[in-house]
Design a protein around this ligand. Structure first.
Ligand code: FAD
Ligand code: EPU
Length: 335
């Protein structure tokens, strides 16, 4: 095990925040796990692609960069195919592998940054699909029990950008692999208006997994800032849910408010719209800002500190609360 000291985390987080880790180790072998967690007495943080994290200060413990690799076909039946991927596999590479092999289920999740190991943590979702629809099993190492555990789909207690890994098991598990249950015959989900429109423009002769993925890639590339060019972690906040009664009340004061009906008397509000109405879209203070085309995405123009971005997010939360009486919740993990 090669522990490095005083390592800059700037290349390891998509916000590009220049903090340091007191200690840093690459985890690329399951045999290293006991040593990593038990011979080390400091605090630990497991890191994938660093695309859903905001560092606000130097990390005083051990950062474990999960690079456990490998994609393996476990078994198949008439309809399904079970693929196990190492936690360190880059998510989009996994999606490309599925497309190449014609395994259906993750095409709508193309181009989401980060690694396989983080996919269950916030139940990644985009364009009408969430990971919970294809997740079969998670394997993880329990830091304190010193043992491997397996969680099935139900054990993960998935919700919108939520799971057991953000609650009961927060900071207790190191996910080592995820097994996905994919379909041999695709059931296309193009209910998101933007996908249908994009497919029309692409003029594809026949709907395919690859075509849906390409449509999603085109939409995402046009809407979301590329972290390689401008630091960000995607949506900084979750889209808040309110009950129908509160939505109707909001509509009388704000007739253009954007909301989507959910089952069970709930409406999901577009947080981007709420933030834009408070005047934040395109806002910049120093190098911290709110993206000019997508108000839900906070950005680092270069050398912002994580504390500056956190401060901006607090001000946004307060102004949305004051104007709409709606509480925004952060999606990004603050460290
Ligand atoms: P990290 O940021 O490294 O980690 C996130 C959290 O998970 C941390 O708390 C970390 O400690 C923990 N963690 C990571 N790996 C492990 C592991 N193996 N074991 C235990 N804990 C672990 N998300 C969506 O859901 N939908 C989107 O459409 C989407 N679009 C995005 C677009 C952009 C441009 C960006 C920058 C981000 C976007 N995201 C989106 C957010 C992000 O890509 C996802 O949350 C992704 O799953 C994070 O993966 P990661 O490997 O980078 O996780
Ligand atoms: N909107 C505005 N102003 C803005 C931004 C958005 O008014 O500045 C309104 C628009 O009316 C738009 C609506 O918000 O119709 C929704 O916007 P968009 O379709 O861009 O989706 P989003 O709510 O911003 C969510 C996810 C994304 C995911 C996309 C596509 C959350 C928190 N975000 O974004 O996930 O990729 O839908 O499914 O649920 C992420 O989690 O990091 C992420 C990028």
């Amino acid at each position: 095990m090669h522990i490095q000291h005083n390592i800059s985390l700037k290349p390891f987080n998509s916000f590009g925040i220049a903090v340091k880790a007191n200690r840093f180790v690459i985890l690329n072998n399951l045999d290293l796990l006991p040593e990593v967690f038990h011979e080390n007495k400091t605090e630990t943080l497991v890191l994938g692609g660093g695309s859903n994290i905001l560092f606000t200060k130097d990390y005083n413990g051990l950062v474990i960069k999960n690079e456990i690799s490998g994609i393996e076909l476990l078994r198949e039946d008439a309809e399904n195919i079970y693929i196990k991927a190492g936690a360190g596999v880059v998510w989009h590479q996994f999606v490309l592998y599925c497309i190449q092999n014609n395994y259906a289920g993750v095409e709508n999740l193309a181009l989401i940054p980060g690694c396989v190991g983080a996919s269950p943590i916030q139940n990644i979702g985009a364009y009408g699909v969430e990971i919970q629809q294809v997740l079969h099993e998670v394997e993880a190492y329990h830091k304190f029990d010193r043992a491997f555990v397996r969680l099935n789909n139900r054990d993960c207690a998935f919700g919108y950008r939520d799971s057991v890994f953000k609650r009961k098991y927060k900071n207790q598990l190191c996910i080592t692999s995820v097994t996905y249950q994919l379909k041999k015959k695709p059931a296309f989900n193009i209910s998101y208006g933007a996908i249908e429109k994009e497919l029309e423009q692409m003029n594809v002769p026949e709907l395919s997994i690859a075509a849906v993925a390409q449509a999603v890639i085109n939409i995402r590339s046009s809407k979301l800032p590329d972290p390689a060019k401008i630091g960000n972690a995607g949506s900084f906040f979750k889209n808040p849910e309110v009950d129908h009664e509160q939505f109707e009340k909001l509509k009388t004061s704000f007739p253009n408010i954007v909301g989507f009906d959910l089952p069970g008397n709930k409406t999901k509000l577009a947080a981007g719209w709420l933030i834009e109405q408070c005047g934040w879209k395109g806002f910049r203070r120093g190098d911290a800002g709110c993206h000019k085309n997508q108000a839900l995405v906070l950005v680092n123009f270069g050398n912002a500190g994580g504390d500056e971005i956190l401060q901006l997010s607090n001000e946004i939360i307060t102004s949305v609360q004051q104007k709409f009486e709606v509480q925004l919740e952060r999606e990004v993990n603050i460290i």
